[in-house]
Design a protein around this ligand. Structure first.
Ligand code: DAH
Length: 339
């Protein structure tokens, strides 16, 4: 009898492939009014001789049915899950069109292009991606002591521990002077932060590319020749620029290189604050104090440094009129840069 009940159950179990069908079987066999329970109740009516073996068989039946039901339940749940997964995750990653893979950001493209140009001119690229720097690195080491009015030119985000978010890639000059072998020809691109009012040509966070040449007998003539070459390489000859005196505590003399605004072709627009020109490469002959603080003897070595505005250059080169578009996730703009 017990074998027949088990066989019967197994047949029904074989045909049950849904969770609801399994639930129904569980109720039918193991429920309060189920087959196993009614067999249990029958024990009371049996003679003392019959009771032990009957009871044993009922228990065995209960254990078998419970185990078989549990096993089947796991199988059914797993196969349901697989079905669900195969229905929802239809996408084969190899089939995603390359078109939808995104593209490099214009500033990154600009940085890579410049790195190529600088490398072709014998520069090494130094990784200066750290964003939190010491007050010494950002200011003192580049000849901007405390209370120097030049600190006001760069509204700084100070951290509670006295460190700050790098306001200029010049903050890495000291590191390079101390760590690179002479002669130095290095660029160090990086992200900078200033607590500025945001407008068409100012953002609180932007990218610069600092460069340095330190060697024997370096003069302004080298700087002038170098900038000429650099701008020709960046803009393929098609740019008007001007070199004018500037002021920076870390260079003496200091210069500004302005390029004609490519958005308005020099007529004046919000991008160039209506001047027709955009300050692009400030630079100058490295101040002897900066060399000294970097462990370099200014009587032996001279050099020039510059802090190219990478974000601004991307605006000019790709003719983007508003710096805010670069951080806007505006796909109309970003999609144009797919290779
Ligand atoms: N650090 C300056 C700034 O962010 C730019 C600069 C000027 C860098 C002159 C230089 C330099 O290396 O020589 O405004």
């Amino acid at each position: 009898m017990f074998e027949d009940i088990l066989k019967n159950f197994e047949n029904k179990l074989n045909n049950a492939n849904k969770e609801t069908e399994l639930d129904a079987l569980r109720v039918e066999y193991l429920g309060k009014k189920g087959i196993v329970q009614s067999l249990m109740e029958k024990i009371k009516t049996l003679s003392n001789e019959e009771k032990p073996s009957f009871g044993k068989n009922v228990n065995l039946l209960k254990v078998n049915i419970t185990n078989l039901l549990d096993e089947k339940e796991i199988k059914v749940k797993n196969s349901m899950l697989e079905k669900e997964i195969s229905n929802t995750v239809k996408t084969d990653l190899s089939e995603i069109e390359l078109e939808n893979m995104g593209s490099l950001h214009p500033v990154t493209l600009m940085q890579l292009e410049l790195e190529k140009i600088f490398k072709s001119m014998g520069f090494s690229v130094i990784d200066a991606q750290k964003e939190v720097v010491t007050e010494f690195e950002n200011f003192e080491a580049v000849n901007v002591p405390k209370d120097h009015p030049a600190r006001d030119m760069q509204d700084t985000f100070w951290l509670e521990n006295g460190q700050l978010l790098k306001t200029q890639t010049s903050a890495m000059q000291n590191y390079c002077l101390r760590n690179l072998d002479m002669p130095i020809r290095a660029i160090f691109p990086g992200r900078c932060f200033r607590n500025e009012d945001v407008d068409a040509c100012h953002e609180m966070s932007f990218f610069q590319m600092e460069g340095m040449i330190v060697d024997k007998n370096i003069s302004i003539a080298n700087l002038k020749y170098f900038m000429d070459e650099l701008l020709q390489k960046i803009f393929n000859d098609k740019i008007n620029y001007r070199l004018r005196p500037g002021y920076f505590p870390f260079t003496e003399p200091s210069f500004e290189i302005d390029v004609e605004c490519r958005i308005c072709k020099g007529k004046g627009c919000p991008t160039c604050k209506n001047s027709g020109w955009l300050e692009l490469i400030p630079g100058g002959m490295i101040h002897p104090n900066v060399l000294r603080l970097g462990g370099v003897d200014p009587d032996k070595y001279q050099g020039f440094a510059f802090g190219l505005g990478l974000t601004r250059l991307a605006l000019m080169k790709y003719e983007i009129s508003d710096i805010r578009d670069l951080n806007s996730c505006n796909l109309k703009i970003l999609n144009q840069f797919k290779e």
